[in-house]
Design a protein around this ligand. Structure first.
Ligand code: ATP
Ligand code: MG
Length: 460
């Protein structure tokens, strides 16, 4: 019995409804290819094998045994403990389902900002629901706002979604803000929606969990399943979230352009602002992937611009020794340098000051003051990256997440989200994964690799 096994328990219909009924799964699995008798020893026979995931299956999240809590990257809850063992529910189709497909009305909603792969996930959810035998599938337009009376549902079928993954964005549209949880659940009851798939970030998931709780309070048998959408890859415990790979690849293109611009100019400086409100994963990975970054600035690592150890001094050194330089900065980095706006978006998120523009201006000012030339080019590829179509690896991740979201709902789980942990697909309780954003550990091996690659010093 591990403490963490309890910690990652996910809510199930049977926890709330004593009358929760189950039925044999309507999800048809392909038969296993017959195997030779020698090989099949100890395995279930071909007739017995059905390929469902047992509800007691768990995935072991941590496999590293640290020799010391001071080892780089050691994440120990207890300071005296040098090992971590966490078990998570394995995702996949269950043998028993808790909804009759003919009684299901499923809805899909996408909220927050755009992220590559949204259409891929929508597509797989629709296709998988149809395979279970669901006839009523709808899209809610423009995020949670679409639950308002003025919006009509978008009917979804395999035919409608067949080619949607070929373009970026969201077929359903996205938005921030919108109706409160009571209004959303009222609308779901009116429309008869009893399966809700929610694609979005931390805010959206907080909303999804609130919807799940409100439904339980009302005794309304609904499955609410999230698919985490964060281009920043800042969800706790997960190996990666969909869209991240594509973002890094596209960020690399922007960096390459900045490099060419900087390299072709006399004392050229390229500045690229990348996504990453609280986590610098995109900036770090893009720096590593491109090999063309001299200075990588992320929210987790404080830095100085001016002063003897500041970024500008190092930039001067780079121009003198290399002739050009490229900086990438995550949007949440160096927020102490930019004016606080106190502005909030429709969802209540703080609007950040523009660190990219600030750095560009400070570089220009600095070189003007010291009387040295510097040709500064600034690139902000944010919206170009967000609107991209998912690459192959994200396309596959979206496919698996979308399918597993449907399996989770039919399996009777609610208030869960899907993810990939330690290379396996899992279900996690929503509150656990959105309690705070995952960040780059400045003491991790990966950040040290990034520093090794850029050759940058500590700017402090
Ligand atoms: P992104 O990563 O793109 O910002 P997000 O899901 O965090 O995605 P938000 O704009 O913060 O995007 O939130 C999306 C939706 O979730 C909005 O419609 C917002 O009203 C709702 N929401 C945000 N926070 C909460 C909360 N704590 N409870 C209920 N609903 C919320
Ligand atoms: Mg958010």
């Amino acid at each position: 019995e591990h403490e963490f096994e309890k910690r990652f328990n996910i809510p199930h219909m049977t926890d709330f409804f004593s009358d929760a009924e189950s039925y044999p799964s309507t999800f048809c699995l392909r038969m296993r290819t017959p195997v030779s008798e020698d090989f099949a020893q100890g395995y279930p026979s071909d007739e017995e094998w059905q390929g469902y995931i047992d509800t007691n299956d768990r995935v072991l999240l941590k496999v590293i045994r640290f020799s010391s809590p001071r080892s780089a990257g050691a994440e120990c809850i207890d300071p005296d403990c040098t090992w971590v063992e966490q078990w998570i529910h394995r995702a996949g189709p269950r043998e028993k389902i808790f909804f009759k497909p003919e009684n299901v009305k499923a809805a899909i909603v996408t909220c927050g900002g755009l992220c590559p792969g949204l259409n891929d996930v929508i597509r797989q959810i629709v296709i998988t629901l149809e395979i279970y035998g669901v006839k009523k599938i709808v899209g809610v337009p423009f995020g949670y706002r679409g639950f308002g009376k003025e919006f009509a549902e978008i009917p979804l079928t395999r035919k409608v979604v067949q080619n949607v993954h070929l373009s970026g964005g969201s077929l359903l549209g996205v938005s921030r803000g919108g109706p409160n949880v009571t209004e959303i659940v009222d609308s779901m009851q009116e429309r008869g929606i009893n399966m809700l798939f929610v694609l979005g970030g931390n805010g959206t998931h907080a909303g999804a969990n609130a919807v799940h709780n409100e439904c339980r309070k009302r005794g309304f048998k609904v499955a609410v399943v999230g698919v985490p959408k964060t281009i920043d890859n800042d969800i706790l415990l997960m190996d990666k979230t969909f869209g991240f790979d594509t973002a890094v690849e596209e960020a690399q293109r922007a960096i390459n352009s900045a490099y060419i611009e900087a390299h072709s100019a006399y004392r050229g400086v390229g500045v690229v602002k990348l996504m990453g409100r609280s986590s610098g994963f995109i900036a770090m990975q893009a720096a590593l992937a491109s090999g063309q970054i001299d200075i990588c600035l992320i929210p987790e690592v404080p830095f100085e611009l001016h002063g003897p150890h500041g970024v500008l001094k190092h930039l001067k050194y780079l121009l003198e020794t290399k002739g050009s330089a490229v900086i990438c900065v995550a949007e949440g980095a160096g927020q102490n340098f930019v004016e606080k706006t106190n502005a909030k978006d429709a969802s209540g998120n703080v609007v950040y000051g523009d660190i990219g523009v600030h750095i560009q201006q400070e570089i220009k000012k600095y070189f003007k003051e010291i009387g040295d030339p510097a040709d500064v080019k600034y690139i902000d590829p944010t919206y170009m990256i967000r609107a991209c179509r998912a690459n192959a690896s994200d396309g596959i991740l979206c496919t698996v997440l979308g399918q597993n979201a449907v399996h989770g709902a039919f399996g009777g789980y609610s208030g869960i989200t899907v993810g990939i942990c330690n290379t396996h697909y899992v279900y996690l309780p929503i509150p656990e994964v959105i309690s705070y954003p995952r960040t780059v550990d400045p003491n991790s091996r990966m950040w040290h690799r990034c520093l090794t690659s850029t050759g940058q010093p500590d700017f402090i």
